[in-house]
Design a protein. Structure first.
Lengths: 115, 113
């Protein structure tokens, strides 16, 4: 069973540019969540998509956006990049286990560096 | 807002020994899940163990077990027979009423050979 796939793994951008990150969830998982991880702030929740609808949203500016496609693949976009956007962006898909727990499975992450 | 406190930023343990990572949290919920995730240097976040708050029995997963004290809102992780591959950042993660995970700051676990 394939895991959660994130692309690209590493990328370098300059301030003012925009970036799009992609996430393919585990087959059958309909929920995809995005997190930003930085050394100073830890893991910060960006948003969650379920069946192409944003179900939850964290406290990030509107420069951060996302979407989910009918095949559950998700993309997140960051416009007008700032130096502080340099981070590891983690995607996680989730599905219910047999006992009803909603367990996240994470991808390897996309490391974004903004110069 | 719900909060999670992992009071030990870093811990070290000798290989084959036992170590306990502490976690306290604040929630008004009565029924919820709690998780421990680990993030090795490879950066892939991995689920270690989960606990349902309505269950009195502490969860166990091979060498990993938890001590869940619901009234005290404490959720510690015990790792027995520590192995070099256990070296990672460990995150205590309760789930709130909206099924959102609340992440602690993490504890860095170092295994001494």
């Amino acid at each position: 069973k394939a895991g959660v796939t994130q692309t690209p793994r590493y990328l370098i951008k300059t301030r003012g540019q925009q970036v799009t990150l992609s996430c393919s969830p585990i087959s059958g998982h309909r929920s995809v969540s995005w997190y930003q991880q930085t050394p100073g702030q830890g893991l910060q929740f960006l948003f969650e998509y379920f069946s192409e609808t944003q179900r939850n949203k964290g406290n990030f500016p509107g420069r951060f956006s996302g979407r989910q496609f009918s095949n559950s693949r998700s993309e997140m976009n960051v416009s007008t990049l700032e130096l502080g956007d340099s981070a590891l962006y983690l995607c996680a898909s989730s599905g219910l286990t047999g006992d009803g727990a909603n367990v996240l499975t994470f991808g390897a992450g996309s490391r974004l560096t903004v110069l | 807002a719900q909060t999670v406190t992992q009071s030990q930023p870093e811990m070290s343990v000798q290989e084959a020994e036992t170590v306990t990572l502490s976690c306290t949290y604040d929630t008004s919920e009565s029924d919820y899940y709690l998780f421990w995730y680990k993030q090795p240097p490879s950066r892939q976040m991995i689920l270690v163990i989960r606990q349902e708050a309505y269950k009195q029995q502490n969860a166990t997963e091979n060498r990993f077990s938890v001590n869940f004290q619901k009234a005290a809102k404490s959720f510690s992780l015990k790792i027995s027979d520590s192995q070099l591959g256990d070296a990672a950042m460990y995150f205590c993660v309760p789930m709130d009423s909206n099924y959102q995970l609340i992440w602690g700051a993490g504890t860095k676990l170092i295994i001494k050979p």
